[in-house]
Design a protein around this ligand. Structure first.
Ligand SMILES: NC(=O)c1ccc[n+]([C@@H]2O[C@H](COP(=O)([O-])OP(=O)(O)OC[C@H]3O[C@@H](n4cnc5c(N)ncnc54)[C@H](OP(=O)(O)O)[C@@H]3O)[C@@H](O)[C@H]2O)c1
Length: 325
């Protein structure tokens, strides 16, 4: 495994982390086909392979993900850099403090290594949230402060609201099908030494190459996602063809090539979601080798020309859901 510094914190985190949205999310068929013993084995497999960055959130599975991770890391706390998030309805001062205490209890630990604001909430002044975050650091309940889904302006405001701490990271969607952050957020993060934690690095599974028109995931969340429309899967296939070609030549698989492309940038670490130990084994194979300049150019060319079909309006969401009812 390879490690990079998280922001300017001095803490070293693995360039491939573990995303755990999948753990515990079983919402009446909306979620994933999660199974607790697989989830525990997956977390332990990740630690065995040198993955120390484990990311969860209070909202995942209504707290279940944190609980399961707490069980999985029991006896191995010092091998893990634990990141969790406070949900956007809990961003007022008192609610942040209470949410952190609940997360500590569920995770069964004394300190959260990285505490992140999951989504910005325009109705709660960021000063309140950040004041609470700093109190948690002072009390030794949190080591580093991060945010998620923040724009450059949001990041600046969050930083200005802190008096003694710095924002270590911003967790955002980044993958070969979604490169929006390259416009302004990534250059800003590079300049300011803020780590970008890339979520959905495999485009929710599409960049593993196992989904195609007519063969989509079982969970309703992804079935209802426009990214999994037949048209988008067809368009993504052009990228997969290039990844396949490179993967074959390099003795890798497509997920490993897609992840390697992301982590070539030292400001970025990727947190592929995994439900099975085998997924983790494959994903860590993205480390320890480098794509050539020519391979990167080929990938850039094809992924820059990917334009996803978009939802025409929010009105179409219920109809898309009904199609699978
Ligand atoms: N901050 C935020 O707002 C936010 C939002 C979304 C996600 N996240 C975080 O980011 C993590 C990852 O994002 P994501 O789950 O959306 O997408 P992802 O990592 O791009 O894709 C994950 C899916 O790909 C499949 N997969 C993973 N590794 C695989 C492998 N080696 N071989 C075959 N299939 C594999 C797995 O499920 P299947 O087998 O079912 O396809 C998994 O559910 C989440 O777990 C969560 O921690 C954060």
């Amino acid at each position: 495994m390879e490690y990079v510094e998280l922001g300017k914190t001095g803490f070293k985190v693995s360039v491939i982390g573990l995303g755990t949205w999948q753990i515990g999310t079983k919402l009446w068929g909306w979620g994933t086909d999660y199974n607790e013993s697989d989830a525990i084995a997956t977390v332990q497999q990740a630690i065995d392979l040198g993955v120390n960055f484990i990311d969860t959130a209070e909202i995942y599975g209504g707290g279940k993900s944190e609980e399961v991770i707490g069980k999985a890391i029991s006896g191995r706390r010092d091998e893990v850099f634990l990141a969790t998030k406070v949900w956007l309805t809990n961003l007022s001062y008192d609610k942040v403090i209470k949410a952190a205490e609940r997360s500590l209890r569920r995770l069964n630990v004394d300190v959260i290594d990285l505490y992140q604001v999951h989504w910005p909430n325009p109705f709660v002044p960021i000063e309140q949230t950040m004041k609470a975050m700093e109190r948690l650091v002072k009390e030794g309940k949190v080591r580093c402060i991060g945010v998620s889904n923040f724009s450059v302006n949001g990041l600046k405001r969050a930083q200005e609201a802190l008096s003694s701490e710095e924002i270590a990271s911003n967790q955002v969607e980044y993958n070969l099908l979604n490169r929006k952050i390259e416009r302004d957020l990534l250059p800003y993060a590079r300049r300011e030494k803020i780590t970008i934690i890339a979520y959905s690095p495999l485009a929710k599974g599409i960049l593993t190459g196992k989904y195609a028109p007519g063969n989509v995931p079982k969970d309703l969340l992804r079935r209802a996602d426009i990214l999994f429309s037949s048209e988008n899967l067809k368009r993504a296939n052009k990228i997969l063809e290039v990844l396949h070609e490179i993967a074959e030549r390099r003795g890798k698989n497509v997920s490993q090539v897609a992840l390697n492309w992301l982590i070539k940038e030292p400001t970025v670490l990727a947190i592929p979601g995994a439900k099975k130990p085998m997924h983790v084994k494959v994903n860590v194979g993205a480390v320890g080798w480098k794509l050539t300049e020519e391979e990167i150019k080929k990938i850039d060319e094809v992924s820059n020309s990917f334009k996803p079909e978009r939802l025409k309006s929010y009105i179409s969401i219920p109809f898309r859901l009904l199609r699978f009812w």
